[in-house]
Design a binder for this molecule. Structure first.
Ligand code: ATP
Ligand code: MG
Length: 291
């Protein structure tokens, strides 16, 4: 077992840190993209030309991985490396991000990890808001939340109807470039039915249908101690990342969260929002823009 500390700091925000524990890879299993991200009806039956484009207006302060440079870029890049290393051990494409309790940073980590992955090697990334009760990812991206996963799971709409891509502006701004490989499925409005919907086999079918088109699928979720939605969705995902908030998440809560997800493949913990030692600030102030 190895551990690496990945401080995530952004000017003006609480300096967070991400830590991911993972098993060392015994072998390398490259998972190439099966299909390029071109529009049109494919053999898998997903009509990407029907996916709507929206004028996303992302909140940079909650998506610091969109910036050209800065500590968050480095820290999410490190987290991304750990995720790639986890994929060296066994096939890994769909990752559910969860935690024990509310407000530990699941949505922050999901969205920023998705952006970081999408900026790397021209990877195609699908970000799914699997929290059908307190869906917030649409706020981070500055877009619509409906229709979304809840409506799809209820059988009301197709996969293409809940997927969104950002509008293409010419020339693309740096933020536009960072988002251009990202596709988003918002939460929709599950309300009281969220628990039932999360257990619907249509979620597994959705992942199987979209998987050939993406290198990575990141699924945000509800906290697993108060509600079972995240545990249900995790059954269809290849792996689970658990978030703990430094100075907030109690050890027993983290332990309980891992226990709730024992039927899934837990990749490790991300320790979020660690107060960084100021002396290390100059080191993390050094940034490389290479993706
Ligand atoms: N590392 C961080 N740096 C700065 N702000 C953060 C960080 N992590 C989380 N936050 C902020 O803390 C708040 C809670 O984070 P977030 O919404 O990601 O938590 P959550 O676990 O998804 O909560 P919920 O269970 O309610 O969905 C948000 O306002 C978010 O922007
Ligand atoms: Mg959330």
């Amino acid at each position: 077992m190895s551990e690496s500390r990945l401080p995530v700091e952004e000017a003006g925000t609480a300096p967070p840190t991400a830590t991911l524990e993972y098993e060392l890879p015994p072998s390398f299993v490259e998972s190439p993209r099966e299909q390029t991200f071109t529009d049109g009806l494919s053999s898998g039956g997903l009509n990407l030309s029907a996916v709507r484009r929206f004028p996303w207006t992302p909140l940079i302060d909650r998506l610091p991985s969109l910036l050209e440079r800065g500590p968050a870029i480095e820290q999410f890049r490190s987290l991304r490396s750990r995720v790639y290393e986890a994929r060296d051990i066994r096939p890994l494409k769909s990752i559910l991000v969860s935690s024990g309790l509310p407000q530990e940073g699941k949505s922050f980590v999901s969205a920023n990890l998705a952006v970081s992955l999408a900026r790397h090697k021209n990877s195609k990334v699908l970000l799914i808001d699997g929290d059908m009760r307190r869906y917030t990812l649409h706020e981070l991206l500055g877009t619509e939340s409906y229709p979304g996963l809840a409506e799809y799971l209820a059988g009301k709409v197709t996969a293409e109807q809940i997927m969104q891509r950002p509008e293409e502006n010419e020339p693309l701004s740096s933020v536009g470039h960072a988002l251009s490989n990202l596709t988003f499925i918002p939460g929709g409005n599950g309300g009281d039915k969220a628990a039932d919907l999360s257990g619907n086999p249509r979620f597994g079918e959705l992942l199987r249908q979209v998987a050939p088109y993406f290198d990575w699928i990141i699924v945000d979720s509800s906290p697993v101690i108060p509600v079972s939605d995240g545990v249900n969705l995790a059954r269809s995902c290849d792996g689970v990342l658990l978030v703990a908030r430094a100075g907030v998440t109690k050890y027993l809560v983290a332990q309980r969260a891992a226990a709730e997800l024992r039927a899934s493949h837990v990749l490790g913990f991300v320790l979020n929002a660690v107060q960084e030692n100021p002396q290390t600030g100059s080191y993390y102030g050094y940034n490389s823009n290479k993706e």
